[in-house]
Design a protein around this ligand. Sequence first.
Ligand code: IMP
Length: 201
Amino acid sequence: MKQLLIASNNEGKIKEIKKVFSGLDYEIISMKEKGLNLTIIEDQPDFAGNSFKKASEVSKQTGEIVLADDSGLEVEVLGNKPGVLSARFAGEYATDQENNEKLLLLLKDVPNERRRARFRCVMTMYWPDGFYIQTEGTCHGRIGFVPKGSHGFGYDPLFILEGFEKTMAQLTIEEKNKISHRALALKALLELLLSKTVPKD
Ligand code: IMP
């Protein structure tokens, strides 16, 4: 069986990928399982660039087939910020709470109808010979006025999902894993691999 190395240390992501890819001919392995501790600087201007950089650099350094993602929040009225800076919005070592507080402050005078936002995720699967595929998932919603819910992470307590009238943090992990931007990007990747249009499979 082929191995697919996940360029992430996030246990939740690895579990989700293992579940979605369980029917494929790949053994999913984490950086930790491989004893790897690589730091890739995420300095690209968009999600596609960062996810490509992570997947390609980890593949070049390990010789493995690698899957990497990059994701974040885009708020329309802020010109799609925080975008690739989502994790560091309030500063290099900002906590989720500090990032959320900064977002609420910037939007304090913005009415409900202008608080549209989306979570985006781009996944890159990269083979050691330089072949790669990329997919994207987007989740639409708006930014609330107060944090609600205790599940998830990051901006989840502020992100009210379109059609749900609940924040992402009010969903269980199982519910979120069915509809999230990451789940949609992963599903698109699975469909591409199963479609046999990918010459590698
Ligand atoms: P990463 O791609 O997992 O490194 O995510 C970058 C940052 O985007 C995170 O630190 C969060 O601030 C934000 N983010 C990405 N995905 C989510 C999500 O599902 N919920 C809430 N915040 C997210």
